[in-house]
Structures are given as structure tokens and as C-alpha cells.
Design a binder for this molecule. Structure first.
Ligand code: HEC
Ligand code: HEC
Length: 345
């Protein structure tokens, strides 16, 4: 008799345990999606092997900058999680920018680009840094002149844009880089494996972290396939962050819209690969992921989390590191007598 009761209890407990796990997976699936393995199709910019290869060359070519020193990879280093691991980036003439460099990995899934979302997509985004005086300090005309001066590039542009009568153009630079960036995906993180149904992919602590991520509503802002990159929120929705973390002169979205309600509003960044992308926040002032999590709990949610909860959430965030693509460094065409020389100023 007692044995029977114990057996029934054990079965009931086991079933309840199973239900709980199932429901964590179900709840996670309602708000979050696994990262696809393949590059998504881009509107009006079909991919081809020639275009991806050209985009890769341009991404690594420092001659897109007037000094021949700074490439996209300088600030979005593909060996460093797609970032420069600096508080804020260093650009032309060692000038320091005002914001931390976000990762280019998985950026194709963002609904808007930049901390303030001012570019709609990757192809629009590219044109910013090339022309920015504190980043690559170049002009579209000089970029095109530089590329046209090298037969190796002319050939590649012609192969990548076969329908285009004028293949070497600033627009096509952006199109090729966009197609390359769309291949910069980091699938198969442990969290992705969990979402696809492998419940053993996360350990108990990480599951507690995920439970908190859902129940404390981190997921209301860090949502979708990138756990972020999809919506705007005030940095300091619940409590004002210190002025070291939120420098008063960067008003975020308000810089663009002028609307007082947009003051200090920023796009929630992706949390994929976040353990590789320190330092954190648009100001890049926080180097420790645990401290970034504690800051979020306080300034976004006004939640008093126990040390153990912060540890669990941080452990969960570390399961978002995917498999980084292996990228072969491209050999770039030799310049010619016609190539504008680097501007050393
Ligand atoms: C001098 C450093 C620097 C260089 C060079 C640079 N970037 Fe960036 N990049 C940044 C910074 C800083 C931001 C964030 C700026 C902001 O939000 O206002 C950024 C933002 C981005 C974003 C948006 C990501 C997101 O999550 O919103 C993408 C994509 C990107 N850069 C790609 C590129 C490409 C492609 C190039 C080369 C054409 C390039 N960058 C050159 C520093 C740089
Ligand atoms: C109300 C929306 C909101 C909520 C809720 C929220 N976040 Fe954030 N999160 C943001 C925004 C916006 C930023 C960018 C702030 C900035 O730098 O201006 C951010 C930044 C971060 C960063 C830094 C990422 C980086 O690359 O710089 C981490 C880590 C983070 N959040 C984790 C969490 C966790 C964990 C929770 C739950 C405890 C949480 N967030 C809750 C909106 C939110």
C-alpha cells in the first residue's frame, strides 16, 4: 500500500517536473526564436557568391577610409565578437567617438540599425561611417575613384552586379557589404539548441536565469530572434542611471526626432554573444556583464534582485554565445598610379 502511494507520488512529481520544464520551453518559445543557420534574403538585393566575396573585401579594406588605415573591421573586428572592445570607438586621426561599437554579428535581423535606430537597414547604415569625419573620413566620390583605379575591384564589381551599366558605385559598395554582413550569423548557441527542443542544453542555473529573464520581463525589451534590436526604450525607464553610464549630452532618439519623450531613448541592443561584446551600454562604461545585468534590473525595472538571481541571469546570458563564422582574410587588389594616395592628416 505505502509502496503504491510512494510510487504514485514519485510519478506525479516526475510528471510535474516535466510539465514545469515543458512550460519553460513553451514560455521561452512564445517570445524568442532560434537564430536561422542561413543568411536571410534581402529585399532588392539578391545574394551571389561574387557579391558576398566583394562585400567581404570591402569590409576588410582600409582604403575605404581616407587614411588607408581604418576598415569596417577596425571597429567591428570579426575576431573580437564583431566589436572593438573599447568604451567608444577610435576613428580618423585617433578621434574618439561618443558611442560604443555594436556587434555586426546577426545585425541583419535588427529592425533598425544604430543605438538610436537612425538607419533602417544595413545598406543605409554603411554610408554613415565611410563619410563620418571621426570614423573613416571619406567621400562617396573618393571611394568610387579609389575602387575604379584598381582593375581587381572593377572586375569584381562587374561580376557582382552583372546587370548594372555602372557597377562601381557607392550604392553598390553598400549593397555588397550588406550581403556580406547578412552572412555574419552565429547560430547554434546552447540557448538555440534549447529553443529547438534540447532541454539538456541548459543547466539548472541557466534555466533559473531564463525563468527570471521571462518572469522579470527583461524579454519585453530584449525580444525576438536577436533578444533585442527590435524596439526603443528609455535607458532609465524606472530609475535614472548615473551620468557616467548615461552621459547627459547624448539624448539618444531625441537627437533625431527632437521630441522630449524620446530623451535618452535607445534601441535595446541584441544580447546574442553578449559575453564577447564588453564593454556595455551605448556609453561603453560597464566592463562586467554581471554589473550590466544588475544595472538593468535597477534602472529598467526598479527590481531588487538577489545576488543569486543576478548570477543566474548572467549565466543564462552566457548561453547566448553562438558558433562564430570562420572567415578567411581576403587578399585585396593592388593600388595603381590612379589611386588617390592616403590622406595623412
Ligand atoms: C571608427 C569606428 C567605426 C568604423 C570604422 C565603422 N563603424 Fe560601424 N559602428 C561604429 C559605432 C560607434 C556604431 C554605433 C554608432 C551609433 O549608434 O550612433 C556603429 C554601428 C554600426 C552598425 C549598426 C549595428 C547595430 O546594432 O545597430 C553596423 C551594422 C555597422 N556599424 C557596420 C559598419 C560597417 C559595414 C562599416 C564599414 C563601412 C563600419 N561599421 C565602420 C563604429 C565604427
Ligand atoms: C524597458 C526595456 C528594458 C528592459 C526591461 C531591460 N532592458 Fe536591457 N537594455 C535596454 C536598453 C534600452 C539597453 C541599452 C541602454 C543604453 O546603453 O543606452 C539595454 C542594455 C542591456 C545590456 C547591455 C548590452 C550591451 O551590449 O551593451 C544588457 C546585458 C541587458 N540590457 C540585459 C538586460 C536584462 C538581463 C534585463 C532584465 C533584468 C534587461 N536588460 C531588461 C532595455 C531594457
Amino acid at each position: 500500500m505505502y509502496v503504491k502511494i510512494i510510487l504514485i507520488c514519485a510519478v506525479a512529481l516526475f510528471a510535474a517536473g516535466g510539465w514545469f520544464e515543458q512550460s519553460l520551453l513553451d514560455r521561452a518559445r512564445q517570445k524568442l526564436e532560434p537564430l536561422p543557420d542561413d543568411a536571410p534574403a534581402l529585399s532588392d538585393n539578391p545574394s551571389s557568391a561574387a557579391k558576398v566575396e566583394l562585400g567581404k573585401m570591402l569590409f576588410f579594406d582600409p582604403r575605404l577610409s581616407s587614411s588607408w588605415t581604418i576598415s569596417c573591421n577596425s571597429c567591428h573586428n570579426l575576431g573580437l565578437g564583431g566589436v572593438d572592445r573599447r568604451e567608444t570607438s577610435l576613428g580618423h586621426g585617433w578621434q574618439k567617438g561618443s558611442r560604443n561599437s555594436p556587434t555586426v554579428f546577426n545585425a541583419v535581423f535588427h529592425e533598425m540599425q544604430f543605438w538610436d535606430g537612425r538607419a533602417k537597414n544595413l545598406r543605409q547604415q554603411v554610408k554613415g561611417p565611410v563619410q563620418s569625419a571621426i570614423e573613416m573620413n571619406n567621400t562617396p566620390e573618393r571611394v568610387v575613384q579609389t575602387l575604379k583605379s584598381m582593375p581587381g575591384y572593377v572586375e569584381r564589381f562587374t561580376a557582382a552586379f552583372p546587370e548594372d551599366a555602372n557597377p562601381v558605385s557607392f550604392d553598390n559598395v553598400a549593397m555588397a557589404i550588406e550581403v556580406f554582413e547578412a552572412t555574419l550569423l552565429t547560430p547554434d548557441s546552447r540557448f538555440d539548441r534549447f529553443l529547438k527542443g534540447d532541454e539538456s542544453a541548459l543547466n539548472e542555473q541557466e534555466k533559473r536565469g531564463l525563468t527570471l529573464f521571462l518572469s522579470k520581463d527583461c524579454v519585453s525589451c530584449h525580444k525576438g530572434v536577436n533578444l533585442g534590436g527590435a524596439s526603443f526604450h528609455k535607458f532609465g525607464a524606472a530609475r535614472k542611471p548615473g551620468s557616467d553610464l548615461r552621459p547627459p549630452d547624448d539624448r539618444g532618439l531625441m537627437n533625431i526626432t527632437g521630441a522630449p519623450l524620446d530623451e535618452y531613448v535607445f534601441r535595446a541592443p541584441t544580447l546574442r554573444n553578449v559575453e564577447l561584446t564588453a564593454p556595455y551600454f551605448h556609453s561603453g562604461r560597464v566592463w562586467d556583464l554581471r554589473q550590466a545585468v544588475a544595472t538593468m534590473a535597477s534602472v529598467q525595472l526598479d527590481a531588487k534582485l538577489r545576488d543569486r538571481d543576478i548570477d543566474d541571469l548572467t549565466a543564462f546570458l552566457r548561453t547566448l554565445t553562438g558558433v562564430l563564422p570562420r572567415i578567411e582574410y581576403p587578399v585585396l587588389p593592388m593600388h595603381t598610379a590612379e589611386t588617390p594616395r592616403p590622406d595623412a592628416k
